[in-house]
Design a protein around this ligand. Sequence first.
Ligand SMILES: Cc1cc2nc3c(=O)[nH]c(=O)nc-3n(C[C@H](O)[C@H](O)[C@H](O)COP(=O)(O)OP(=O)(O)OC[C@H]3O[C@@H](n4cnc5c(N)ncnc54)[C@H](O)[C@@H]3O)c2cc1C
Length: 472
Amino acid sequence: MSSALVWIRRDIRLHDHHALSCALEKFDKVYLCFVFDTKILDPLPEKDKRLTFIHQGLREVSTHLIEHGSDIEILHGDPCEEIPKLVKSLKVDALYYNRDYEPYAIKRDTSVTKTLEERGIQVKSFKDSVLFEKEEILNKQGSVYKVFTPYKRAWYEKFMQVYSGEVPQYSFKYSSLAPNKIKKSISHHDWHKALGFKEDLPPLTGGTSEARKHLQKFKGHIKEYEKARDFPAMEKTSNMSPYIRHGMISVRDLLRRGLEDKSSGHQVWTSEVIWREFYQMILSCFPHVQKKCFKPEYDNIKWLGGTKEFKAWQEGKTGFPIVDAAMRCLNETGMMHNRLRMVVASFLCKTLLVDWKKGEKYFALKLLDYDLAANNGGWQWSASTGTDAQPYFRIFNPTSQSEKFDPDGEFIKRWCPELKGFSKKKIHEPSKADMLEQADAKCTLGINYPHPVVDYKLNRQKALDMYKEGIK
Ligand SMILES: Cc1cc2nc3c(=O)[nH]c(=O)nc-3n(C[C@H](O)[C@H](O)[C@H](O)COP(=O)(O)OP(=O)(O)OC[C@H]3O[C@@H](n4cnc5c(N)ncnc54)[C@H](O)[C@@H]3O)c2cc1C
């Protein structure tokens, strides 16, 4: 009887799973495993919502497999050691997995592949988390695209050419699942203690069924997406990012939803899903972005902002309400609306004059949907150092962004309740409120809410000079 092991990583689901589907078709007996990687886990704090989210997703996979007489093996350690050990003990003929484009993952997978191939084990990797990877989409000169709009056009052309406009779907064959021999299931109630963590519940529950519920709910909002997507208080985006990050839903599920209608909402939303692919491609083709600016001339910028400004930003105590509300929301929930990510990222580099890499690192620690490619792309776009980035002299004014995208201050009031008493106008800029207005609002600046940590106008000019000097 032939057998294979499928290594689940950032694809915690059973349906529409490329590697799993191919293994189930080809082999008589298919085992599944997941490794809690100590190299990733060790630097994390004791509480991390992502671990609970991943656990919830794995538990759902396990429950489903147990119902069909199988299960998923959960390991804890270094995958470069754990995977070869498991392959040996199960005596399987092959290891199958879906590709991951992050530099650490590529190094890890190359090492595991080498170890196993030296032992005569077949190792096969599959494209799953994107429709088109790396150099599959090239311009007429044979180079990869560095600008999104022509990339998107070429993406659609390729989609028609390769898939005739039909999103592919991978099947699942239950009869090939290996019988359950696993002693300790993921459902074990002390799972987090075994990993050395404390349980920390995320605002969204992990797992495919929850992902599907959110995607179904979004069906009711997608037509209004183009208009509603920029208003954080409305909560009209899909919330798919943590699910797609951990592969609890497939990118093909998202594309099927986006392409099922031609409304402007459907088109704009599909375009966002293609942005995700664009940044995955950028990371694969230009791995230097992980540590440096995409545009090398921006590496010379001498950032003027210090610890005081960075700390105020992290804690949501800058004295700029929209920024503080967004950062407090991130700290509490691990989530942040896209418009606010752009506002706080631009604010950190172009108003507080702090290196974007520090902000990127902080987001990496906090975001439930943290994804190296999308996070790095978003930060480099905001800092004007990346592909397709806005020019450095385009600086978001936090007050006008707030007035435009949170006109009634609804989002601000949710996260900075001390500002509730201010008028619709002053809530965006309480530093402009006189003593009487502060008394009426029961909020004294410097006591109940901080004074602005910097002077916006002054720092705007400093930012322009800092960038100009750096890139000359
Ligand atoms: C500074 C900064 C950092 C970011 N960090 C991350 C990150 O770590 N992980 C992450 O998934 N997204 C990141 N984004 C992109 C975006 O903010 C989130 O994908 C989006 O807010 C998720 O909410 P949603 O699922 O409701 O999105 P929707 O608006 O419903 O969009 C649908 C899907 O499209 C993709 N998407 C949407 N916008 C973008 C974008 N600009 N870039 C890439 N993919 C996109 C996501 O997978 C998202 O789930 C970042 C953006 C910025 C400006």
